[in-house]
Design a protein around this ligand. Structure first.
Ligand code: XIL
Length: 325
């Protein structure tokens, strides 16, 4: 019987293992905080650092929700990733569906980025400055949201320059989904980031969200190759929102297959030159965004079940970190 926790095993391998923190779940389920503190050494706010929460009224900042997570992290000696400063989703009513003049939109981004980054200065290991800016299907940015619509394509680089100015020590990431392996979107992202770096845009890391489905598991080699090409640009890679979705009526066998997929992903991070953090998108299946996001089609995406019991993926990851597989 092993008594190690994922957090202690990961620390021995120089890895941060994190989870998305939900202040509501923390408040209502006593076992939630206990399990997180025992098993993880890194946190990210699932929703509490998004624009609609931090600035519900324009110009009035409310840090009370993320501060619950920040003090929990301090108490339990955990690192924190801060996400996201700029996104086309999770907008407060004053920004949703709005187009501003270019200068007004730049002023809004500047005020938000400066206020939030200065508030948490020195307390977080990484910032996702821009989230999900790329189009899924065609070259270039997705043409939606108040920042693209008001500022134009250079809103992304403007945001990175502002973030660097707000805190020159901060580690700045670009984060996106469905570009974890060597697919078209990942290729477009790679070329785009390379171009931004060549123009002196301060980007230091890439966040691969890693939302996977058991039906289309990631090929380990393709995940490794993708991490490698970003590392070769001098960028750190984090796996930022890992989950592995199963069909709603998954069998015991599916849970075993899920464990293998989780292991492949951890293996890719461990064998990479610079992929020192893996964050799961939630603690236990009862809190996962997946059933809601997929209309109930998918479920069981995390490594603890609805009763906070470890699933086969937990044991498999522990064995991998221990060196037993
Ligand atoms: C999701 C949260 O998990 C949900 O609770 C919320 O309703 C919507 O956002 N990519 C991201 C995350 O960058 O912020 C998203 O989180 C999941 C997809």
């Amino acid at each position: 019987m092993h008594t190690d926790t994922l957090r202690s095993l990961a620390a021995k391998r120089g890895l941060l293992i994190g989870t998305a923190f939900c202040s509501g779940a923390f408040k209502h389920h006593p076992e939630y905080g206990d399990l997180i503190a025992r098993e993880f050494n890194c946190l990210v706010a699932e929703n509490d650092m998004k624009l609609d929460v931090l600035q519900p009224v324009r110009g009035q900042f409310d840090f009370s929700r993320p501060d619950v997570m920040m003090s929990f992290a301090r108490k339990h000696d955990m690192k924190v990733r801060a996400v996201p400063l700029v996104w086309h989703i999770a907008l407060p009513a004053w920004a949703e569906g709005k187009t501003f003049s270019r200068n007004e939109a730049l002023d809004i981004l500047r005020e938000h980025i400066f206020t939030v980054m200065q508030y948490y200065r020195g307390q977080v290991i990484a910032w996702d400055v821009v989230n999900e800016a790329l189009s899924d299907k065609e070259p270039g940015l997705r043409k939606e949201g108040p920042w693209y619509n008001s500022i134009g394509t250079d809103y992304v680089e403007q945001a990175y320059h502002m973030a660097h100015e707000a805190d020159p020590q901060a580690v700045l990431f670009y984060n996106d989904y469905n570009m974890d392996c060597m697919n078209d979107k990942a290729g477009r992202c790679y070329m785009w980031i390379k171009e931004l770096l060549a123009r002196g845009v301060p980007i230091h890391g890439i966040g691969l969200q890693c939302h996977f489905q058991l039906e289309w598991p990631p090929a380990k080699a393709a995940l490794s190759d993708n991490i490698k090409r970003f590392n070769d640009l001098g960028l750190i890679v984090h796996m930022t929102e890992l989950d592995v979705w199963l069909a709603k009526d998954a069998s015991a066998d599916h849970l075993l297959q899920q464990a293998e997929v989780y292991c492949d992903i951890f293996q890719a991070a461990l064998s990479a030159k610079d992929c020192p953090a893996i964050l799961l998108w939630g603690l236990a299946d009862c809190h996962s965004w997946i059933p809601g996001q997929t209309g109930g089609k998918y479920d069981h995406a995390l490594i603890f079940d609805r009763q906070y019991r470890p699933k086969p993926a937990y044991a498999a990851i522990a064995a991998l970190l221990r060196g037993d597989r």
